[in-house]
Design a protein around this ligand. Structure first.
Ligand SMILES: CC(C)(COP(=O)(O)OP(=O)(O)OC[C@H]1O[C@@H](n2cnc3c(N)ncnc32)[C@H](O)[C@@H]1OP(=O)(O)O)[C@@H](O)C(=O)NCCC(=O)NCCS
Length: 301
């Protein structure tokens, strides 16, 4: 079975041989996920509840956590449509009010079947990747050292900083879903960043100009690849307060987290909306490689 998950690029780029379908089977067999398939079994998906999201959104939420097709079935609209209809039935049976799914951009038969069954596109992501081994990173230019400070911040300070930054990030998918009120989307991102910061391995950096707090960045190891002995770090957020943008702070924060991550991880991944020109510009300027595109869909009863 071929995976439609955007991270399937990792096998090619990082040389990590992982079997997503075997992991899917294990999740289904352990009861962690419900399997939904087309009649001929050539399209299969895993569906799982999202307790954390359900709590914040105030409605039962689920996720299509993985999507697979048999070799040659990628363009078989009838199979995708059948699976998407069954998915709709499974979501209703499970009592879901909201669901999300992420597939690779370019899998148009799957996308069309999702859309025909009520799913709506909420964002399109560019995924960037950098190998960290042997990476040499610019050190802070000397003349900046007094004016701009870029340093790790502890969980308490980081939680306070990131709880306020959701509003600075208008492209995010939860902010583009009109059934989710803006204050709920803000609370969602505040809680998300708070939990990433508080969990083991969460690393936050803050930037200050002349002692004034001006921006921050947050990354954490991606859990999925640890068992394979590959350390992938994932950037959850980077932002610079509007009045400090265009002065090189974003670049400094990104370099600081890449340098920090290079000490214990093999590679670094960042996803950002294709519409976010500043973020795409920042990652390209830092020499990161665009390795995948993903599309996020939302469903609601
Ligand atoms: C993305 C962001 C962090 C950039 O911070 P910044 O301090 O303004 O960026 P810098 O001044 O360090 O710019 C570094 C490089 O990024 C690129 N860049 C920055 N802003 C850009 C813009 N508006 N358009 C295109 N490229 C841009 C440029 O290549 C720039 O290099 P250059 O000045 O030599 O051309 C900032 O715009 C931001 O906070 N945005 C809102 C939050 C957000 O969307 N975060 C990304 C989440 S994935």
């Amino acid at each position: 079975m071929n995976s439609l998950h955007y991270q399937s690029y990792l096998g090619a780029v990082a040389g990590v041989a992982r079997d997503d379908y075997a992991a899917h089977r294990r999740a289904v067999e352990s009861g962690e996920a419900i399997e939904v398939a087309s009649k001929d079994g050539r399209v299969r998906m895993g569906l799982a509840p999202l307790p954390w999201d359900s709590d914040i959104l105030g409605m039962p939420a689920m996720r299509v956590r993985d999507v697979f097709h048999a070799p040659g079935a990628a363009g078989d609209y009838a199979a995708w449509d059948q699976a998407a209809r069954r998915l709709d039935a499974a979501l209703r049976k499970a009592g879901a009010a909201f669901a999300d799914a992420r597939i690779r951009l370019g899998d148009y038969a799957a996308l069309e079947a999702f859309e025909a069954n009520g799913w709506r596109v909420k964002d399109v992501l560019n995924i960037y990747y950098a190998a960290l081994a042997g990476r040499t990173l610019n050190e802070t230019p000397r003349e900046d050292q007094n004016a701009i400070m870029c340093a790790p911040i502890g969980p308490v300070e980081a939680a306070a900083v990131f709880s306020r930054c959701g509003r600075l990030f208008p492209e995010a998918r939860m902010r583009n879903d009109h059934v989710i009120p803006p204050e709920v989307a803000d609370a969602f991102y505040a809680r998300l960043f708070e939990s990433v910061t508080a969990r083991e391995g969460g690393v936050a950096y803050g930037a200050a100009v002349d002692g004034q707090y001006a921006g921050a960045a947050l990354y954490r190891e991606d859990d999925g690849l640890r068992d394979l002995g590959f350390g992938l770090a994932y950037l959850w957020e980077i932002f610079v307060r509007p009045e400090y943008r265009g002065r090189g702070l974003g670049r400094r924060l990104l370099e600081a987290v890449l340098r920090d991550a290079a000490r214990r991880h093999d590679a670094f991944e960042i996803g950002t909306q294709v519409s976010n020109l500043a973020a795409n510009g920042l990652y390209c300027a830092a020499g990161m490689r665009l390795v995948a595109n993903a599309i996020t869909l939302h469903w609601r009863r």
